[in-house]
Design a protein around this ligand. Structure first.
Ligand code: ZN
Length: 206
């Protein structure tokens, strides 16, 4: 999926910046469309995104490129990041882009919908590009079924579990204007990354 973007991205040197800068190779800039990620407090993050009606439209294709580039740029600069939703770059359209590190999923999900859940809600620590420095304890289903369109407007059903299931619930929440902070059972389930590393990392990996 979307393999056309790959080659150039992986040869790009890390810029260390969110926006183009003078010390970046200008030929690299032409290949990238990294957008600003909006963060907690920006009202667009609490708005419901609109359904995509015309997947073949140029603006939708450009949006998918922007999401992929912005996600991979974040990953490169921060060492983590698997998914992004269009509202996080201030575009209220129902598109999520996921690149799983194990290669189990790589591409856009257009108009994704959770059509079934299975098993119990389990507590997980969420992080989010839009919540820098924060970890939030939320509850997610371990297994879900998601229907979506791919970039060729083909309908797919994805059975996801574990990390991918958690991620998709998080990203689809973004399309409904819901942040991890809105899902916290208590304000005390919001923890700084610094304290989380000290107190909870062990719990997570056990
Ligand atoms: Zn997020």
């Amino acid at each position: 999926m979307s393999k056309t973007f790959d080659k150039n991205l992986y040869v790009r040197k890390p810029s260390g910046h969110n926006s183009p800068s003078a010390n970046q190779d200008p030929t690299e800039l032409l290949k990238m469309s990294v957008r600003e990620i909006i963060t907690l407090g920006h009202p667009a993050l609490w708005k419901k995104a609109e359904k995509v009606n015309d997947v073949a439209d140029d603006s939708v294709k450009a949006l998918m490129t922007d999401l992929r580039d912005t996600l991979l740029d974040f990953l490169k600069r921060n060492g983590f990041g698997r998914g992004i939703a269009a509202p996080q770059i201030n575009v209220l359209k129902r598109i999520v882009y996921v690149v799983m590190p194990d290669g189990s999923f790589d591409g856009p999900l257009i108009n994704p919908e959770i059509v079934a859940t299975e098993g119990d809600l389990v507590p997980v620590w969420d992080d989010c590009f839009s919540l820098p420095g924060l970890k939030v304890k939320v509850s997610r289903f371990d297994k879900i079924r998601v229907e979506y369109l791919n970039e060729k407007e083909q309908k797919h059903t994805l059975k996801a579990e574990g990390g991918l299931a958690e991620l998709l619930q998080h990203e689809i929440d973004h399309l409904d204007g819901i942040l991890a902070t809105d899902r916290a059972a208590s304000p005390r389930d919001l923890v700084s990354v610094v304290e989380w590393e000290r107190r909870f990392r062990k719990e997570e990996s056990s």
